[in-house]
Design a protein around this ligand. Structure first.
Ligand SMILES: C[S@@+](CC[C@H](N)C(=O)[O-])C[C@H]1O[C@@H](n2cnc3c(N)ncnc32)[C@H](O)[C@@H]1O
Length: 221
């Protein structure tokens, strides 16, 4: 019952503030048509990412976990024409769907999708001097979230905004004896984030169209 209400309120907010968007609707449809998991951020979360990118005056954004490019499009739309967004994706099928969606959104020149494992691609970004990024969105596989955070710091400058999605997992993070590596991965990340002297951070619980979860926000000192 509550989940139904949270979903309806999420729809209400999205209709009020986002309206109908052909490009994003086509991106959502591409996920269904290609049979890839429907695990993009929600429309209101996408809008939040867009606002955070604007607040950060971001010119360079790094994303871990492209899927079909839904969050990528929301963030890339906040960039100036000279801006750059690099998105890392392990699954070539997801990357191919995303590439079409990015092209439809007219963002080909802004978005650079790199295919491979995050932990293989991140050292390459450091080696090529791709950073520092103004905003980094961590939304790939959960077990190495703490390692992704360490690499994100290497690709940051003071003031970089680091965001990580799905860090509460319906409250499963409260169970210290949980064995699911998706849960233990974010537990490790949350502890590392809280203990890090390099950032000041918090987590916001999220409800709405998606199950109860949370988004971590950190500013590099
Ligand atoms: C939650 S989805 C990303 C959703 C996307 N950010 C959005 O909101 O539209 C996670 C993505 O991370 C990718 N992924 C999984 N393991 C990965 C890895 N080791 N390196 C990079 N990407 C990975 C998955 O294939 C999937 O497309």
């Amino acid at each position: 019952m509550e989940q139904k209400l949270f979903g309806a309120v999420d729809d209400y907010i999205s209709l009020l503030f986002n309206g109908h968007d052909e490009v994003l609707a086509a991106t959502e449809q591409s996920i269904i048509d290609s049979g890839i998991p429907q695990i993009s951020v929600s429309p209101n979360q996408g809008k939040l990412l867009n606002l955070l990118a604007q607040l950060s005056k971001a010119e360079k954004i790094l994303e871990l976990g492209t899927l079909a490019g839904y969050s990528t499009i929301w963030m890339a739309r906040a960039l100036p024409v000279t801006g750059k967004l690099i998105s890392l994706e392990y699954d070539p099928k997801h990357a191919a769907v995303a590439q079409k969606n990015i092209a439809r959104a007219g963002l080909n020149k802004v978005v650079d999708i790199r295919i491979g494992k995050g932990l293989d691609l991140l050292p390459k970004l450091v080696a090529e001097g791709a950073g520092p990024f103004d905003m980094i969105f961590i939304d790939a596989d959960k077990p190495p979230y703490a390692e992704y955070f360490e690499w994100a710091l290497k690709l940051s400058r003071p003031g970089t905004l680091i965001i990580a999605d799905n860090v509460i997992r319906s409250g499963k993070v409260l169970d210290e004896n949980h064995t699911d590596e998706m849960v233990t991965g974010v537990q490790r990340f949350n502890k590392a984030l809280a203990a890090s002297k390099a950032v000041t951070a918090t987590i916001i619980q999220t409800i709405g169209a998606k199950e109860h979860d949370g988004i971590a926000l950190a500013i590099v000192k």
